[in-house]
Design a binder for this molecule. Structure first.
Ligand code: PEP
Ligand code: MG
Length: 595
């Protein structure tokens, strides 16, 4: 039988010499192609001893559980709670009593082999999920397939990416976060995908691990035989099949340049960030857990710009209490060794479902009960969190950040609740940070429209470009069909950022950019030129951002931003950024150090 998700192989047509796809993760790779999932058919096992098969299955499931738990922790540390939630749901699936009973029935009644029984039941389960009307649930079918395959690989000994023994460029229809997490970056030179987009979680993870990716290459990819020599450029989104000697040589040189640039960035990571003309820029980390705080410091972060507190609230049956939250926040401030910490209040809702916060059925979860809206109506939760944050701030540089603000009333209501929590703590004689700065996430176009008045009442702004883009362009950040619309370089988005920066500047408050856009080195001159002086991004990408910042002077960046704001499309802005990179920095990607 076919493994779920496997596509039939068509006879190989003459291979095109060049394929174009979506630039998804920068970097150059050259090497033989290798299909990520081996197409070897399962050896049917029948007439087996049910008890023996039950044992084999139990061992495989336990191994898959351990692997899934590792993936959960790994992605919670490196990607944040949103991504880790996938693995949490997968763990629940592996314990599903109905599924396990159905598989055991097959073992006993049909005397089927464990792989056959497991595959039949999990494929049926994924099929039922996929057929549901609810888009959230039907999207979970892929997660079920992912974890079911993890068990199957244990049973069959087929290890997918783990079978990678020598360096290769991996090809696949699509890729799951767990597959990316299990890749060895020394062997996985790059990844080429038939589908996918630059903002898929698996691709974000590949980017964080330094693995170049070209996505959306289409079905031509599956026709290429394993072992075919190829080269790829993840920044341009191009794959060359069997490149000629001269082309391979020049690509190999570019790969060396890319690797050298990464090594240089690693070495420079501890230096404070500055533009080429010496203007200091603050570079902070987005984190979502205690372990990540130390990693942030290691990567050269000057503090934490966003602590996504969701990590404390997801994957459990009840909200964490004040003491538990306090302990977590304190542990993070300890790891930061005096560096500032901005704690974002719980941003539940949208694609972050918290089991004990019942959002009910929502036709549009991203336009629904999310962020500050939840906090202001679940005051029990908010009050507990505010108290924990205030207490964690005693004698520490801790600030509070509010998610999804769309009106002045919301900011004022949150401030009033903070005031009440302060008064309570005062009466109880507990130490806390007085006058804690309250920042506002700028994620909703309404907040940009009232950025002036908001800036007079907020201590700082943090632009959440992930959400600001989706709401500005009205393009759901989880819907790949509208993903091309949600382009960070769209003129509408650039105007939103500029307007926010200007309002912040007029009011004399700081403006941080904390969405994924902050992690794109190509965007650095544009953002600098738009007036962003503080960036917050996932820790592994910090060295490269510092390097990109050091390559630009304030005046050059201002020119780039001015030109970009006069353009009419995201594509034109991208062309400008590419061209400006060459114009100001020359063809050599080495950074200019010193003025
Ligand atoms: C954002 O929206 O850009 C952001 C940083 O918040 P999150 O990705 O957690 O929604
Ligand atoms: Mg957001």
């Amino acid at each position: 039988p076919e493994l779920p998700g496997r596509r039939p192989q068509s006879p190989a047509p003459p291979s095109p010499r060049q394929l174009s796809g979506i630039p998804a993760a920068a970097g150059i790779a050259l090497g033989p192609l290798l299909k990520l999932r081996s197409a070897a058919p399962l050896a049917p096992r029948a007439g087996r001893d049910p008890e023996e098969e039950r044992q084999r299955l139990r061992i495989a499931i336990e191994a898959a559980q351990a692997e899934t738990r590792t993936l959960y922790e790994w992605s919670q540390t490196h990607l944040g709670v949103d991504s880790a939630g996938v693995f949490d749901a997968q763990l629940l699936f592996l314990e599903d009593p109905g599924l396990l009973a159905a598989v055991e029935r097959r073992l006993a009644v049909e005397r089927a082999g464990a792989e056959t029984a497991w595959q039949a039941e999990t494929t049926a389960f994924a099929g039922r999920l996929g057929a549901l009307d609810d888009p959230y649930l039907s999207a979970r079918a892929a997660d079920v397939t992912d974890v079911a395959e993890r068990v199957l690989r244990r049973l069959t000994g087929q290890t997918g990416a783990a079978a990678l023994r020598q360096p290769a460029i991996l090809t696949a229809h699509d890729l799951t976060p767990s597959e990316v997490a299990s890749l060895d970056p020394a062997l996985a030179l790059g990844v080429c995908l038939e589908t996918g987009s630059a903002s898929a979680h698996s691709v974000i993870l590949a980017r964080a691990r330094g693995i170049p990716v070209v996505a959306g290459l289409g079905p031509a990819l599956s026709a290429l035989a394993d072992g075919t020599l190829a080269a790829m450029d993840g920044e341009q989104g191009v794959v060359w099949i069997a490149p000629g000697a001269a082309q391979a040589h020049s690509l190999a040189e570019r790969r060396e340049g890319w690797l050298a640039a990464r090594r240089a960035a690693e070495r420079e990571r501890a230096k404070p960030a500055a533009t080429r003309d010496g203007r200091p820029i603050r570079v902070l980390a987005n984190i979502s857990g205690v372990a990540e705080a130390a990693e942030a410091v290691d990567s050269g972060a000057q503090g934490v710009g966003v602590l996504r507190t969701e990590f404390l609230f997801l994957a459990r049956a009840a909200a964490p209490g004040e003491e538990e939250q306090l302990a977590a926040y304190r542990a993070i401030t300890e790891s930061l060794g005096g560096r500032p910490l901005t704690i974002r209040a719980l941003d539940a809702g949208g694609d972050k479902r918290v089991p004990y916060i019942d959002t009910g059925e929502e036709a549009n979860p991203f336009l629904g009960w999310r962020g500050i809206r939840v906090l202001l109506s679940r005051r029990d939760l908010f009050r507990t969190q505010l108290r924990a944050i205030l207490r964690a701030g005693a004698g520490r540089a801790v600030e509070l950040l509010l998610p999804m603000i769309a009106s002045l009333d919301e900011l004022r209501a949150a401030k009033a609740l903070l005031g009440e929590a302060e008064a309570e703590l005062g009466r109880e004689g507990l130490p806390f940070r007085r006058g804690m700065p309250i920042g506002v996430m700028i994620e909703v176009p309404a907040a940009v429209a009232i950025a002036g008045p908001l800036a007079r009442e907020a201590a700082f702004f943090s632009i959440g470009s992930n959400d600001l883009i989706q709401y500005t362009m009205a393009a759901d950040r989880t819907n790949s069909r509208v993903a091309p619309l949600a382009d960070p370089f769209d003129p509408a988005v650039l105007r939103m950022i500029r307007q926010t920066v200007e309002a912040g500047r007029d009011a004399g408050i700081g403006v941080t950019l904390c969405g994924e856009l902050a992690a794109d080195p190509a965007a650095a001159p544009l953002l600098l030129g738009l007036g962003i002086e503080e960036f917050s991004l996932s820790a592994p990408l910090i060295p490269e951002l510092k390097r990109a910042l050091a390559a630009w002077s304030t005046a050059e960046a201002a020119d780039v931003a001015r030109e970009a704001l006069a353009l009419e499309s995201a594509a034109a802005v991208r062309r400008l950024l590419q061209e400006a990179g060459g114009r100001f920095r020359g063809p050599n990607p080495e950074p200019r150090t010193g003025p």
